[in-house]
Design a protein around this ligand. Structure first.
Ligand code: ACM
Length: 618
């Protein structure tokens, strides 16, 4: 006869019965004090988690992982609440601001789990660790009621190597539905990333509701069709694409991130990459009487159709950023600033006259002027602007953080000028680039960046950054610091969250290791590289599977992860280094570069077609 009662005892051999140890953790923690191979603590349903008030959100997150994934429900209360006295306590979260590490963790077979954290961030990091120690089940969304979870007895302290551990989601080129953004925030926390950079606008789409300017989303949030593959092949799919987040959606995203210790960095890209805004409000652009009006761009690549730099455009974007800063309460606000060809400005008499009025010798300087003015506005609201490295100029406030992507020299230069920087180099940390040689990779673009290549990324080994962390040069009383590293998931070729998963994982796990774990040589063939891959395969890929992450198998794509018939645009890093003439890779737009010419740019064809070198294939 079938029983109608639900078993509350985890089956032998189930994910709950297999506790993981310190050596399963990814990223690897800073240090280990002691661990017992055989002893375990049995965390029992119905017992309590008590937490100092400052850490309570993190403690609740741990309780949620246990309840959802493991089916073990615990009470979670403020340690100062009367109810705390009545609980049989199995987990304590203690706020200890004298701690020199981010957090410490002690699992005792009898006394249970004790987390000490210097601050809320430390407690969120501890929860990411505890979730891994709880076993694979803790990465599932649901589980039938169980009675206990086993934890290996252990004791260690842990701290991150870098303060900024970022990942960029490009929700502009292909819209990522809100629930997948939330899923990515969960994955970011699971890997101890603490900054999620949302690239919210670009030529191909505007994804954030701005109440004062409704056409930004009415017109700018969708396009009639998209390139299939790189723009150079000029193939379009004839299929509308779009989507945007309401302000309430974004507040939910911010709150969800906050409840995981993550800062969301919103980016509105100006004065280039703004064709969707220009399509919505043509006066923002440089079209002249008789020109074909801009539409939301349907091709990838760099657009010459950039904002018209003047006081009116500046006022418009101050209003946009005002609403943005009302939604996103974090310390950083992204202004973009990358890839701004000044070609239309040079042909436009009113822009030339405006530059002259500002005392400039060249309209090219308006790029820095526009970002500088907007940056000052952001600073006046108590936030720090974040710009791509092309945005550095004498106009840029020193409070700005520079995400450096065009090789290494731009980062060193920004730091030498006193800016804090985040290393986001295209040749190392662009995860939309192909993960292996060969046509089996879906739409293979960019350089080959294998899992092992990404893992080998070592900021200290870059000639310009040997002294990272100490700061390099002082400028007006400021020392430029290397804040950390950031991976990018540009989505021109990543047309669905499944495809983002494939590009991101497991290489993002390697970025997490570099960002968090102690410095060591992880280049290919080293013991550290082999140990990482072993830990990934043995312990971490099962976690990703449990979480429903459709990662790239280490031996190549599954049949349905391929895109037969869609050509890519592979690039060769060594060739580009050689072509640069400087012995270094230098990406980004430069004078004379070959660009895709849209209808509005037709007049500029002569100016743009003379070039020979390549744009980052999008
Ligand atoms: C960039 O890849 N244009 C920042």
């Amino acid at each position: 006869m079938m029983s109608d009662s639900v078993s509350s005892v985890p089956a032998q051999g189930s994910e709950l019965a297999r506790p993981a140890g310190w050596d399963s953790l990814l990223p690897r923690p800073q240090g280990v004090r002691a661990e017992s191979a055989s002893e375990t603590f049995s965390l029992t349903a119905g017992t309590g988690i008590i937490s100092d008030a400052a850490l309570l959100t993190a403690a609740r997150l741990f309780a949620q992982h246990l309840a959802d994934g493991c089916g073990v429900a615990l009470h979670c209360v403020d340690a100062a609440a009367p109810l705390a006295q009545a609980l049989q306590v199995s987990v304590r979260f203690i706020h200890d601001d004298s701690l020199t590490s981010s957090y410490s963790l002690a699992v005792d077979a009898v006394a249970g789990i004790e987390v000490r954290a210097r601050d809320a961030a430390g407690a969120f990091n501890a929860v990411a660790t505890l979730r891994q120690l709880a076993g694979v089940a803790a990465f599932r969304r649901s589980h039938s009621a169980a009675t206990s979870v086993q934890f290996a007895v252990t004791s260690f302290e842990d701290s991150p190597r870098f303060g900024w551990r970022g990942v960029l989601l490009d929700v502009a080129r292909h819209f990522m539905p809100k629930h997948d953004v939330l899923r990515y925030l969960d994955q970011a926390h699971a890997h101890k990333f603490n900054v999620v950079h949302l690239h919210l606008t670009d030529d191909q789409g505007w994804r954030v509701e701005i109440k004062r300017y409704p056409r930004l989303t009415e017109v700018g949030s969708w396009r009639t069709e998209s390139n299939v593959g790189p723009w150079r092949h000029n193939i379009h799919d004839g299929r509308p694409h779009g989507g945007f987040y309401t302000q309430e959606d974004l507040r939910e995203i911010v709150a969800y991130a906050h409840a995981r210790g993550i800062t969301v960095l919103p980016e509105i890209d100006v004065p280039g990459h703004a064709e969707a805004a220009i399509a919505a409000y043509p006066e923002l652009g440089c079209a002249l009487e008789g020109d074909v009006p801009a539409t939301v761009r349907t091709s990838w690549g760099i657009s010459t159709n950039v904002l018209r730099p003047n006081w009116e455009t500046l006022e418009f974007f101050k209003n946009v950023f005002d609403e943005l800063m009302d939604i996103f309460d974090g310390p950083f606000v992204g202004l973009g600033g990358d890839e701004v060809p000044p070609l239309l400005w040079r042909e436009d008499e009113t822009v030339v006259a405006f530059a002259r009025e500002q005392g400039m010798d060249s309209v090219d300087e308006l790029h820095g002027w526009f970002l500088g003015k907007l940056g000052e506005f952001v600073v006046s609201r108590g936030r720090r602007p974040v710009v791509w490295d092309e945005g550095v100029s004498e106009h840029l406030p020193l409070e700005s953080v520079v995400t450096t992507w065009r090789g290494y020299v731009s980062g060193a230069s920004a730091m030498a000028q006193g800016y804090d920087i985040v290393l986001a180099p295209e040749q190392d940390l662009y995860l939309d680039h192909r993960a292996a040689e060969g046509e089996q990779e879906p739409i293979p673009v960019g350089f080959v960046r294998t899992l092992e290549d990404v893992l080998a990324f070592e900021p200290d080994a870059i000639p310009h950054f040997e002294n990272q962390g100490e700061g390099i040069v002082e400028n007006q009383g400021r020392v430029g610091r290397l804040l950390g590293i950031q991976a990018q998931l540009w989505s021109e070729q990543l047309d669905s969250p499944r495809r983002v998963d494939y590009a991101a994982f497991p290489r993002l796990c390697a970025v997490a290791e570099v960002a968090w774990s102690p410095k060591t040589d992880r280049s290919q063939g080293t013991p550290a590289s082999a140990e990482f891959v072993d830990r990934l395969v043995t312990h971490h890929l099962p976690r990703l599977e449990a979480a429903g992450v459709e990662y790239r198998p280490l031996d190549g794509p599954l049949p349905w992860q391929q895109r037969p018939g869609v050509s890519g645009w592979p690039r060769d890093l060594n060739e580009e280094i050689e072509a640069s003439g400087s012995g270094e890779f230098v990406g980004g737009w430069h004078e004379g570069m070959e660009l895709h010419v849209s209808e509005l740019d037709v007049d500029m064809e002569g100016a743009t077609s003379a070039a020979t070198s390549e744009v980052r294939p999008g």
